[in-house]
Structure formats: structure tokens, C-alpha cells
Write a protein that binds this ligand. Structure first.
Ligand code: HEC
Length: 379
């Protein structure tokens, strides 16, 4: 397991300029905007006369300004702002019993973890969730050379896989994983009779990952088995129509991404208490990766409070990893009580940070208006 893609909290690599409010448009801003292909006409001209920037221009500008992992999976000529600020909703059937609940908790982390994969997929920080967003299709997923249109990918290629290259350029649609439990055959290019066989193939052949730990694999399967087409919103309207034609998307938020990590650390604690050290370790590394994805969504020059807090929590997780799984043979085992305390402390700090994240949500790059502000900001 390379540390490179979890160690995203690297101060040098992260240079994103400060957001400034764009009440007045200075000549320098106009010049910058024109350089980026964005045409902001003189402030004296009414808004209706302004020429809207093309999606392509917006994409280029955002690429210059932000280092968001997900930008690497978007085609240039798309509406970045919408895509980066929204997501497909998650809809899970409730677990049947405690053991299935525990497995689903592990699966929910594994589904978002690049640690399952090897090679380029891991380096690009891909996870199941990159293509199957919350289990549904990521309609915007695009990799140059492997996709012919958004939401399509050539999965049998030598770029990701040492074994599956078929020497044909054959991008196919990414399917939803909702409503697939009754299928007899999984996949189309290299079909299998069971879902588990297909997922083994995805991990070990398509994306060059190592054979996953059995409990992690069982967790992943339990999780995807529970994607449910029957969820409804509190209002009683269907959140996810079973025919999946509606493509409903919801707003993304730092708070909900962060609460997924808080839950993951509870799961790591539970697994560690039950003697599953490797599972706990897998979750801790994956959680650091998820913290990094939230970190990307903040302006770093001002080192706003959420950013500092995220770095601190990530460092604590690394410390916990080395305590639950000593790397040096001669290292004395860390007393259980110390580790207990660390988990409690982490959750306490995370709770405080969660409040800050909620408060600062409006300043994060989860928000469409903040992403838009980047397009006209001065340097
Ligand atoms: C790069 C995008 C990508 C990633 C990452 C990815 N998938 Fe897929 N997935 C696809 C595509 C494309 C297909 C269709 C394959 C086919 O038809 O042969 C697919 C098919 C599937 C199917 C079969 C669905 C059906 O209706 O037959 C399952 C199950 C699945 N993926 C699960 C996963 C899991 C679990 C992971 C993570 C371990 C994952 N996928 C990662 C793109 C992806």
C-alpha cells in the first residue's frame, strides 16, 4: 500500500489562491478573465448583455485554480460547477442484523477507497464510487483516451489492467448498481454468473488490485447488496425512481462527507476491539484519503480553520495506525487503554471540527457559488 495517495495533505502541493468577493471588476480581473477565455464585459453594461463563458473556458479556469481529484475524471467541455457541487443520492436498505450492519459499515468505506486497487487506478485515486456515484452512474465520468462520452469507459484496456486488454477501443456505459440483485449475469464484456465473481474481476483484473482481505470483500458485497431502489424522501416522493431515468442529483456538502469519516472511525474502533487489526488499519488509511478530499475543497492560503483541523485529524489517524499495528518488530505494544483514549479523543476533536465545517460550509468549494467566484477572482 503506497502512502502516496493517502498522503494528500502536502502543504507544498497545495497552492490555491484566496477567494475575494467580486463586487467590482478591475481591469486586471478582466484581463485575466479574457486570458482564460471568459468574457466579462464592462460593469456598466447590463448583465443581460454579457456573454456567458463556455463550459470549456470554465473548466480550464477551474483546473488552473483548484487541485480537485475529481477534476481528473471530467471531460473539458462539461459543466464543472454543477458536477462538482452535486451528487447522486445514496439509498440503502436497512441491515438485517448486527453482523450485516458491521459488514455494511466496512463496505461503505471500501466502496470509496482507492486502496482496493493497484497501478494507475490507485494513483488516480479511483474507487468504486468514482464511477458508481453512491451506487448510481456517475454520468460525468470521463477519462481522455478511454471514454468516448461522459459516463462511458473502456474498462478492458492496458492502461488500468495488465490482463484485460482486448485491443479494441470499446467504451461502454457505466451501469447503476441499484436494482441489480435479481440479475443472472453481471457485466457484458467479460460477464460472470455471480456478483461476487464480477467484483473480484473488477478489483484484481480490471484495476490491478491485490486479492482483498475476505472481511473487506464481504463488507463491500454487503454494502452493494443493499443499494435500494425504493427509498423515499421524508415528503414521500421517490428519491430514486427504479427505472433510473430521472437522474436526480442532490447538493453535496462538507458536513455529510465529514460525517461519513466520523462513522468510519467508529467502525475502525469496533473492528480493532474485535481483533480485526488489518481491517481497522484499512479503514484508518481510507479515512485519511477521505479527509484529503474534503481538504481539497477549502482555500488553503488563508489556512482557514477547517483546513488546519483536517490536517490535525489526519495526523492523529496516522499515529493511531502505528499504535494499533506496530511496524517495528522490537516495538513494545501500545497499551489498549492508550489506544482507547486516542479513539475517544479523535471523535471529540472531530465533533468540534464538524461544527466548524458546518459553520464554514458556505466558504467551501462544495458550493456552486464559491466555485463560480473562482472564475472572476483576482490573483
Ligand atoms: C472506471 C469506472 C469504474 C470503476 C472504478 C468501477 N466500475 Fe463497476 N462498472 C463499470 C463499467 C463500465 C461496468 C460495465 C461492465 C460491463 O458491462 O462489462 C461496470 C459494471 C459493474 C457491475 C455489474 C453491473 C451489472 O449490471 O451487470 C458491478 C457489480 C460493479 N461494476 C461493481 C463495481 C465495484 C464494487 C467497484 C469497486 C470495487 C467498481 N464497480 C468500480 C465501471 C467502473
Amino acid at each position: 500500500m503506497s502512502a502516496a495517495f493517502v498522503n494528500i495533505i502536502n502543504m507544498n502541493a497545495l497552492k490555491t489562491p484566496t477567494i475575494k468577493s467580486a463586487k467590482t471588476i478591475t481591469p486586471k480581473m478582466k484581463m485575466l478573465a479574457v486570458k482564460a477565455g471568459i468574457f466579462i464585459l464592462s460593469a456598466t453594461i447590463t448583465i443581460g448583455d454579457a456573454i456567458a463563458p463556455s463550459n470549456y473556458a470554465i473548466a480550464q479556469r477551474l483546473k488552473e485554480k483548484l487541485s480537485l481529484t475529481e477534476i481528473g475524471w471530467l471531460e473539458d467541455d462539461r459543466n464543472y460547477v454543477t458536477h462538482l457541487s452535486t451528487t447522486k443520492p445514496l439509498c440503502l436498505a436497512p441491515p438485517e442484523n448486527k453482523e450485516i450492519a458491521a459488514l455494511m459499515d466496512i463496505g461503505s468505506v471500501a466502496f470509496r477507497s482507492p486502496l482496493l486497487f493497484g497501478g494507475l487506478a490507485a494513483r488516480k485515486k479511483l474507487s468504486c464510487d468514482s464511477c458508481h456515484q453512491n451506487g448510481d452512474v456517475n454520468d460525468e465520468f470521463f477519462i481522455k483516451g478511454l471514454s468516448d462520452k461522459p459516463g462511458h469507459i473502456d474498462a478492458t484496456n492496458a492502461v488500468f489492467s495488465k490482463t484485460l486488454e482486448d485491443n479494441i477501443y470499446n467504451p461502454i456505459p457505466i451501469p447503476t448498481l441499484y436494482g441489480i440483485n435479481d440479475k443472472q449475469v453481471f457485466g457484458t464484456l467479460s460477464p460472470t454468473a455471480t456478483k461476487a465473481e464480477f467484483v473480484h474481476q473488477v478489483i484484481e483484473q480490471e484495476f490491478d488490485g491485490p486479492k482483498p482481505n475476505q472481511r473487506i470483500f464481504d463488507g463491500l458485497m454487503a454494502y452493494i447488496d443493499h443499494f435500494d431502489t425504493h427509498c423515499t424522501q421524508p415528503t414521500g416522493t421517490a428519491l430514486r425512481p427504479s427505472n433510473d431515468q430521472d437522474n436526480k442529483k442532490i447538493n453535496r456538502s462538507a458536513e455529510s462527507d465529514f460525517s461519513h469519516i466520523q462513522k468510519a472511525i467508529n467502525t475502525a474502533y469496533f473492528e480493532w476491539q474485535n481483533g480485526h487489526i488489518n481491517i481497522a488499519d484499512f479503514i484508518l488509511i481510507s479515512a485519511r484519503h477521505e479527509l484529503g478530499l474534503i481538504y481539497e475543497r477549502y482555500d488553503r492560503q488563508s489556512l482557514s480553520k477547517p483546513s488546519k483541523g483536517l490536517i490535525k485529524l489526519s495526523a492523529q489517524l496516522e499515529q493511531m495506525r502505528s499504535n494499533i499495528k506496530p511496524v517495528l518488530l522490537l516495538q513494545k505494544p501500545v497499551p489498549t487503554r492508550t489506544i482507547d483514549k486516542q479513539f475517544t479523543r479523535w471523535q471529540k476533536d472531530a465533533k468540534k471540527l464538524s461544527a466548524k465545517i458546518k459553520k464554514g460550509e458556505a466558504r467551501s468549494y462544495y458550493r456552486a457559488d464559491q466555485l463560480e467566484a473562482l472564475l472572476i477572482e483576482d490573483e
